[in-house]
Design a protein around this ligand. Structure first.
Ligand code: AOS
Ligand code: ZN
Ligand code: ZN
Ligand code: ZN
Length: 426
């Protein structure tokens, strides 16, 4: 299934007039209030979010998995799916691969396919949380933190291999997420596990090309339920600092204990130049991996407020690797990703509406009420016409979900691939 210009024009036709009315109304209002509408739109157009290869099929839980049919089972098909998302939204111009699930068999062909779909290869992910059939050592008791040197060595070599694969595709970063930890008190020596992890990461870091970054993801629990070796941003930051200037912390929104102030974490990491990447999702209880913006959209907006501030004021922090890390059992995965992309754009657009100068003045006056008015004034604005216009300007559709449905994409995919396909990976 490939979306072409004709598809796009046809689905836009019937709602173009409505869109124009809504856009003009909003643009007039914003311009009167001193906003530079064109600038906001071009920032929205530039903002690209990587799609993780493992979110293209139904995720499932340990209790079962309900297929959505027509799911991609090869890397080529996964790229096709990202191509559909990108053609409609013009926001999904990158894919994040997980090795060994996504090892290309023909690099030149895969690169060519990605090029033709305008998709870049974002961060590559290593996998030391599952045992591979051919592996001689098991990660049951940890990978980079394992007390057994042979296990650590196998995990290090795997990460170095992932860098090589990513390098051939044009990726520029390695994301390390470890399941390492313990399920019961006394099972692990915390200090030994941490030191082993630091040393292993240093060995991987040595193999990082000059223009690459290492992104270190943290998570408080799951799959281990008593302790996780890289449990929070502090542990991640210490490890990144221990490795060097090309190592950074990666924040996954679902990887926090309840009520953690994520916007504050994000803000301080940028100040220190150590925020490297982002996994977007939403959650109510833990690492729920739900659609971005589906549970706590205001929190997402507050996080974006800090991200926008950081992008404007922290040149010491590199450009961030943006990725969606969501997966669940009930929606069409592509529709879910479209909703996530929309929620990200919406939070970003609203954050761009915050008048930073006005906010700073209110903060200096200690005018707490005004500070809140400024934030909530931006949050309450319906910015959807801006996002629609950004998509239109880049050749996308006004309404991606409606277009996806009217083009009957899922049934096309089922026709092409069959019903009982199983996505490789989780
Ligand atoms: C796991 O909880 C992390 O969020 C990972 O970033 C990611 O979901 C995983 O690598 C995919 O299996
Ligand atoms: Zn993640
Ligand atoms: Zn996660
Ligand atoms: Zn998650």
């Amino acid at each position: 299934m490939k979306i072409n210009k004709e598809h796009i024009q046809n689905t836009n036709k019937s709602i173009l007039e409505d869109h124009n009315d809504n856009f003009d109304f909003l643009a007039n209002k914003l311009t009167k209030n001193g906003h530079k509408v064109e600038e906001i739109i071009s920032k929205l157009s530039e903002f690209q979010v990587a799609i993780p290869s493992w979110a293209l099929g139904a995720g499932g839980t340990r209790f079962g998995r309900f297929s959505f049919y027509g799911e991609p089972s090869t890397l080529e098909q996964k790229l096709e799916d990202v191509g559909v998302l990108h053609a409609l939204t013009q926001t999904a111009g990158a894919v994040s691969l997980h090795i060994p699930w996504d090892v290309p068999s023909d690099y030149a062909a895969i690169k060519q396919q990605a090029d033709s779909l305008h998709i870049k290869f974002d961060s590559v992910n290593s996998n030391t949380f599952q045992d591979q059939k051919s592996a001689s050592e098991s990660y049951k008791y940890g990978s980079l933190s394992n007390t057994n040197k042979d296990v650590r060595e196998q995990a290090i070599q795997h990460n170095l291999e992932v860098i090589k694969i990513g390098d051939k595709l044009g990726s520029k970063s390695l994301t390390v997420w470890l399941a390492d930890g313990s399920c019961f008190p006394g099972q692990n020596n915390f200090q030994t596990a941490f030191q082993n992890t630091q040393n292993s990461l240093k060995d991987i870091y040595k193999g990082l090309p000059e223009d690459w970054k290492m992104l270190i993801e943290y998570k408080p629990y799951e799959p281990n339920f008593y302790s996780t070796v890289i449990q929070d941003w502090g542990a991640s930051l210490m490890l990144a600092n221990g490795c060097g200037e090309k190592a950074f912390t990666l924040v996954d929104l679902g990887h926090h204990l309840p009520n953690s102030n994520i916007e504050q974490i994000v803000s301080i990491l940028q100040l220190k130049g150590k925020l490297g990447g982002f996994h977007f999702n939403d959650s109510k209880y833990g690492d729920d991996d739900l659609t971005v913006g589906s549970i706590k959209p205001y929190a997402l907006f507050l996080i974006f407020n800090e991200l926008v501030y950081g992008m404007q004021n922290n040149p010491q922090n590199p450009d961030l690797a943006w990725m969606i890390d969501a997966s669940h059992n009930v929606k069409d995965p592509l529709e879910d990703l479209i909703q996530s992309l929309e929620a990200i754009q919406e939070a970003f657009a609203k954050a761009l509406l915050i008048d930073q100068e006005e906010l700073k003045a209110a903060q200096l006056d200690n005018d707490v009420v005004k500070c809140q008015e400024i934030l909530q004034g931006a949050y309450r604005t319906d910015v959807r016409p801006l996002i629609e216009r950004a998509r239109l300007n880049s050749g996308g559709v006004i309404s991606p979900i409606n277009a996806y449905r009217s083009l009957d994409v899922r049934n096309q995919l089922i026709k092409e691939r069959g019903r009982n396909t199983v996505a490789t990976g989780l």
